[in-house]
Design a protein around this ligand. Structure first.
Ligand SMILES: Nc1ncnc2c1ncn2[C@@H]1O[C@H](COP(=O)(O)OP(=O)(O)OP(=O)(O)O)[C@@H](O)[C@H]1O
Length: 609
């Protein structure tokens, strides 16, 4: 087992492993910025088109002061100014249209970048290893897919455009100003150098503050998921206020770090505004003196001042663009952390000789199962949950696992499903090590009803056909009958298309269990795993389902975990587990004579047989 070491979670202390895997880039400089570039690269052509359109619009803006100078000169000479006025008007309109078009093209690429990032992230999330997801905060993962990707849209293409356009236009403006009056340019540059210093100091701080804000947003998601995932329990425990306080704390942290980022952005904006004002006054003073002394003429000063006016927003835009790139980089770094979490490796399962025909094709014929000296701990450093567990179950028949709580029964199923990898020993399915089975084929061949019987939001039909998208009406009707859901389906207002609510909250516990059993039966699996699958059923339904399971066991292999021995006394074999070991295997009658723990379990459950 290769578990990621836990890393200090910003929400709950040492829990979430996010960031643990994000070491891939650690040795190389600017990892966050490179993560951002990875998102932008596929859209580089469209972004370049947007930037060029914006640039052409800006160049037209650049030509406007010259056209204005010409208008002033012509009017001063008493010459007709109609031509220059028309040119000036055209420049104004065309410049605005091209700038608008450039903005649209950039937004288009921004939406594509965000959509691609979201699709990649969701694909990645669904392929994560079970232990990775179980040790992460779901709310934080959701925040990374939703809020961090949104930040990419808000910042990336606009910021790149602002930085590129700002740099080029600033450079061109500076050249034009130099051509008009080198002395005045010297004055301007001396003052505006302060903006560069301010940006260098402020930009990394904006990035840091943004990362902390996004972490806090992730914590809000985690806290919300915790409350909404157990809403009734929170209410029944009267814990609303306590939980609200946790949410408020996370919100407050997001507010504080957001304000810190805003403060640094304000420092940057104020510096550039003050610098622009000061440079304007300095140019006005020095320029006025130069006009008075005849070193330059009034129209040159007017044109220079117009360039300075044009330069002012560019300087601000440049500073803002650099700040926004920091924001985008912080978001990209958080997204990259998810992309570096460990996923299930399908290729591992395709080792030579593995799995027989068809990677995804399920096996419907009954499968034998055996454990051969399996040892396992959930994480390095934790006590072992299985210690040399061995048993063999032939194809077909009903096998029950019993034993005290925590004995390791559910872990048997988790290892068969390869949610976890054993540390040593072998798990064999149909005589073959399950590591040789393609993962999709392995899971497609197994029907698994979990202890917590998860029912997903959506309709009853969605839930039933989750693993069998198109079962056919007759098969669906058969399984509904077998799982005693046919009457429920008739009773519901929209039949199978009735919405069952978040986590099946509109169904009873017993109905949820029957949905989970029906879902597993529909797959016609070669191996059926039922973990406490009938614990919430009433006596009539339980007896009926027990008959169904016994009948199913005639043509497939069925393993059940049962707390109530009364439900499994007729099983073909019973495996007794205790503290991670197999104590005994036999029929009910054999175990009653042979195994003291089994006898104890039987007597406490008043079987007395
Ligand atoms: N995801 C996990 N991470 C760490 N420890 C776990 C995890 N799941 C189970 N354990 C621990 O492993 C041990 C065996 O758990 P398992 O669920 O297999 O027991 P069980 O026999 O099925 O118990 P029960 O009858 O109560 O369901 C328990 O001590 C449990 O606390």
């Amino acid at each position: 087992m290769t578990a990621a070491p836990p890393v200090e979670s910003p929400c709950t202390g040492p829990a979430a492993p996010l960031g643990a895997g994000a070491q891939g880039d650690a040795g190389r400089p600017w990892p966050a910025q490179r993560a951002l570039l990875n998102h932008l690269r596929p859209q580089r052509r469209r972004m370049a088109a947007g930037v060029i359109l914006g640039l052409v619009g800006s160049v037209m803006g650049l030509a406007q002061p010259l056209a204005a100078k010409r208008v002033v000169d012509d009017m001063g000479r008493g010459a007709p100014a109609a031509g220059p006025v028309v040119v000036l008007s055209l420049l104004v309109v065309a410049g605005a249209v091209l700038a608008g078009l450039g903005h649209y093209v950039l937004q288009h690429s921004a939406e594509t970048i965000v959509c691609t990032a979201r699709r990649r992230l969701t694909d990645r999330l669904l392929r994560l290893r079970v232990p990775v997801v179980e040790s992460a905060e779901p709310g934080d993962l959701i925040a990374r897919v939703t809020s961090d990707t949104t930040l990419l849209r808000q910042t990336a293409p606009q910021a790149v455009s602002a930085a590129v356009t700002g740099t080029l236009v600033t450079a061109a403006t500076v050249v034009m100003m130099g051509l008009l009056d080198a002395v005045l340019l010297g004055v301007t540059l001396a003052v505006t150098a302060f903006v560069g210093v301010a940006v260098a100091v402020v930009a990394p701080r904006i990035g840091r503050a943004t990362r902390h804000t996004q972490e806090a947003v992730g914590c809000i998601g985690a806290a919300l998921e915790r409350v909404l995932g157990a809403f009734r329990t929170v209410k029944a425990s009267g814990a609303e206020r306590r939980e609200a306080e946790a949410l408020h704390r996370a919100a407050e942290r997001a507010r504080r770090t957001g304000i810190r980022a805003a403060a640094w952005e304000a420092v940057s904006a104020t510096t550039s505004a003050v610098v622009v004002q000061v440079s304007f006054l300095a140019v006005l003073g020095v320029g006025g003196a130069r006009v008075a002394s005849g070193a330059t003429d009034a129209s040159t000063l007017v044109a220079f001042l117009l360039y300075l006016f044009a330069l002012a927003p560019r300087i601000g835009q440049l500073a803002e663009g650099v700040g926004q790139l920091q924001v985008g980089s912080a978001a990209a770094a958080r997204i990259a952390q998810v992309e570096q979490l460990e996923t299930e490796k399908e290729d591992q399962a395709e080792a030579p000789g593995g799995g027989g025909p068809g990677r995804e094709e399920s096996v419907r014929s009954p499968l034998s199962v055996s454990f051969d000296r399996v040892s396992f701990a959930y994480r390095p450093g934790l006590p072992r949950v299985h210690r040399h567990v061995s048993f063999a179950v032939p194809a077909r028949g009903l096998t029950a696992f019993v034993g005290p709580s925590g004995a390791g029964k559910t872990t048997v199923f988790s290892l068969i499903e390869r949610f976890y990898e054993q540390d040593s020993g072998r798990v064999l399915l149909d005589g073959e090590d399950i590591r040789q089975w393609p993962l999709t084929r392995l899971r497609a061949s197994i029907g698994y009803v979990e202890q917590d019987v998860p029912v997903l939001a959506g309709t009853l039909r969605d839930n039933l056909t989750l693993g069998t998208p198109d079962p056919g009406a007759a098969e669906l009707a058969r399984v509904l009958r077998l799982s005693r859901l046919d009457l429920l389906a008739e009773r519901l207002p929209e039949g199978l298309d009735t919405d069952v609510g978040h986590r099946g909250s509109r169904l009873s516990g017993g109905e949820r269990q029957r949905v989970a059993i029906a879902r597993a039966l529909l797959r016609r699996p070669g191996l059926l795993l039922l973990d406490e699958a009938t614990s919430q059923l009433d006596a009539a339904n339980e007896a009926a389902l027990r008959d169904t399971i016994t009948e199913t066991a005639r043509h497939t292999t069925v393993l059940v975990i049962a707390h109530r021995l009364s439900t499994v006394t007729t099983a073909d074999r019973i495996v007794v587990m205790e503290a991670g070991r197999v104590r005994a295997v036999g029929t009910h009658a054999e175990l009653m004579t042979r195994d003291a723990l089994y006898r104890d379990l039987a007597s406490t459950q008043l079987l007395g047989r």
